[in-house]
Write a protein that binds this ligand. Structure first.
Ligand SMILES: Nc1nc2c(ncn2[C@@H]2O[C@H](COP(=O)(O)OP(=O)(O)O)[C@@H](O)[C@H]2O)c(=O)[nH]1
Ligand SMILES: [Mg+2]
Length: 192
């Protein structure tokens, strides 16, 4: 749950970008980082493995100003998508306030999306959270590519809660801020 510090009057919220490998999680964060005013953001941190092709996670803190007198920050994280890194994903999910699930719209990634969504559900359950209750926004990314599944199919497979969803082309910034704004609102609604 969000970390609220009453003595320093700060609220810290953790938002995790989840999804299969190469779905566009890092692209979302890069775009956000590029577009946010320097005074509102901290450093973008990337923690790489020794092979350095695979990132454990990326992280950006964003200062969203004062909300009811509390300085409020969002901490955005990505997870590594490959099966192999489940321990890292579990670590990153600890204390999560909201999840953005970035799905890859390409037909050949339908299974990968589904298994990543199941993995998310499983890992949330393991830590005592519930995917039905946690703020969750879906982003159907890579809508610019030719071999993509219709949104209705993605909805049917992934959006079992009928939550908010957006189409995205993360490399061009399409859908990136609508996704972020929506998850932020959902998270703050829970906090306040
Ligand atoms: N065509 C297209 N490529 C994308 C899009 N989003 C990400 N990519 C590309 O997909 C690859 C993986 O993206 P990345 O953000 O690193 O995925 P991650 O593994 O989820 O962090 C990169 O080559 C990106 O440039 C998109 O919307 N359209
Ligand atoms: Mg990445």
């Amino acid at each position: 749950m969000a970390f609220i510090n009453y003595s320093s009057r700060e609220i810290n919220c953790k938002i995790v970008y989840y999804g299969p490998g190469l779905s566009g999680k890092t692209s979302n964060l890069r775009y956000i980082f590029k577009r946010i005013a320097p005074e509102s953001k901290g450093k973008m941190i990337s923690l790489a493995t020794e092979t350095e092709r695979t990132l454990f996670y990326e992280f950006i803190p964003i200062d969203v100003g004062k909300i009811q007198g509390f300085r409020t920050r969002f901490h955005l994280y990505t997870v590594p998508g490959q099966d192999f890194y489940d321990a890292s994903r579990r670590l990153i999910l600890k204390g999560v306030d909201g999840v953005v699930f970035v799905a890859d719209s390409q037909m050949e990634r339908l299974d990968a999306n589904l298994s990543s969504m199941r993995n998310l559900e499983h890992n949330l359950t393991q830590q005592g959270d519930d995917i039905q209750n946690i703020p969750l926004v879906l982003q159907y990314n890579k809508r610019d590519l030719p071999n993509i599944a219709p949104v209705e199919l993605l909805q049917e497979q992934l959006n079992f809660n009928n939550g908010p969803c957006f189409e995205g082309v993360a490399v061009e910034g399409l859908g990136v801020f609508s996704t972020l704004k929506t998850i932020s609102k959902l998270v703050l609604r829970k906090v306040g």
